[in-house]
Design a protein around this ligand. Sequence first.
Ligand code: GLN
Length: 263
Amino acid sequence: MDYPTLRIAHLYPSLLNVAGDGGNVMALVQRCAWRGIPTEVVSVEQGDSPDFTTFDLILFHGGQDVEQQVVAKDLGLKVPSLTEAADQGVVIFAVCAGLQLLGHRYVPSVGEPMEGAAILDLETHAGSQRFMQHAAVEVTLNGETGTVVGFENHSGLTTLGPDARPFGTMVAGAGNNGRDGTEGAVRGNVYATYLHGPVLPKNPWLADQLIRIALERKMGQPVTLAPLDDAEEARAHDVALAKAVRNKGQYTAVTPAELVRTR
Ligand code: GLN
């Protein structure tokens, strides 16, 4: 199969790369390479304002409030083209801080409220509890349902508005706000989740959905990706799922003070 090159924009890699989210870019590139699908990855940093409609996939990852403030100040420059890309169906995959900044705004516990891109109908306010644990989410994409696993690490409590539907429903973990059982948000080909890990290497099903959607949009025809040997990925998935389920009902798997004292 003669595949076109998939152009991937990686937003703010030097500022937003908490919990190894950069591994999501590697997973997409490698899963494409194993199938002979060429890719081109472009880092988009502060001050850059590319035409985002020229990309097929855009990744926007997690970060701490301090870095998020820097990103939020720069984001306005990019919003018109990012919004155009989202409206045209470019696949956008966002994680945690990226999710929060695609919304209307994020109000942190310390510092200025951060204006978001308003591409997703959601708003986030910092809570007093930090969600730090393995989590599992039931996700349906393209009529297929799977369990996506990853690691939560956020204090932001996100509420979805009427124009955003959840990415999934919680199997184990806190999700958007530890209250309504929703996780992440979706609008068109914009997918956002709170799951770090990085999430895509442990969830090849999800990685392949993103690749397939981007390819089908670019080629204008249905695409069936060649199956890969995902034994290692499946093992990593199952280990993370077991940890999430074991900790079900908790908000965190880590109690920093105790950890320091006992070990
Ligand atoms: N700083 C945000 C929060 O705490 C996002 C954290 C993250 O991206 N891991 O909620």
